[in-house]
Design a protein around this ligand. Structure first.
Ligand SMILES: [Zn+2]
Ligand SMILES: [Zn+2]
Length: 207
């Protein structure tokens, strides 16, 4: 059953970009979450309790939050964390952080939505094929774990492989045009960025 949510149209827009659309959605999710968290949730007691359970944030999310600025928001959170740490420096804390937990949930929802759209809508799967979009390696691995629908995975993997071979063909062109026989041939715009795209697709990082 297909219900075209906002995320359906968001994915179609992101297919026009070069990066993994799930990575782009998660990047935006984190950005929005951190901003909202710092400006609205710092005084939320239940959130504060959850931060205390892990004794703070993991390095990735602490760094991303610091990048948002906001001295007041940080001061409110970190006075509580430092107080707790000074009183009980050896207290056993949970691994990860609050943002890790929420990020995993948001990612699972986005991956499931993608699989549903891809399986149910030809408009969606054709757009994925025609824009030569690729899902990064880590996100494709997670998608495969989320569904037992072998037919769907085969259909997605086939299109993905074709699109990845297109990405690889751009790398072949970079190599060919570096040969002194062909140095008069200019790289196209797509080829110029292809090496960075390949790194991101194979490792799943955006920044
Ligand atoms: Zn990705
Ligand atoms: Zn984290």
């Amino acid at each position: 059953m297909l219900y075209k949510t906002n995320q359906y149209y968001e994915y179609l827009e992101l297919f026009k970009k070069d990066d993994c659309p799930v990575c782009l959605i998660m990047d935006e999710w984190l950005d929005n979450f951190l901003e909202e968290f710092l400006y609205e949730c710092v005084n939320d007691r239940s959130m504060r309790r959850r931060i205390m359970e892990t004794g703070g944030f993991c390095p990735k999310h602490a760094k991303a939050m610091m990048g948002k600025g906001d001295p007041l928001g940080h001061s409110i959170i970190y006075t509580v964390l430092i107080d707790d740490y000074v009183k009980k420096p050896d207290a056993k804390k949970k691994d990860g952080c609050l943002v890790c937990d929420l990020e995993i949930d948001a990612e699972r929802r986005s991956l499931n939505a993608f699989l549903n759209f891809f399986g149910e809508s030809e408009e969606f799967s054709n757009a994925f094929r025609d824009t030569k979009t690729c899902i990064c390696r880590p996100h494709l691995k997670k998608m495969k774990k989320l569904t037992k629908n072998k037919e769907l995975i085969k259909k997605l993997s086939d299109v993905q492989n074709d699109n990845l071979l297109h990405a690889k063909a751009c790398l072949d062109e970079i190599i060919r045009k570096h040969d002194y026989h062909y140095t008069s041939e200019q790289l196209t715009d797509e080829e110029r960025l292809a090496w960075q795209r390949a790194v991101k697709l194979m490792s799943g990082v955006l920044k």
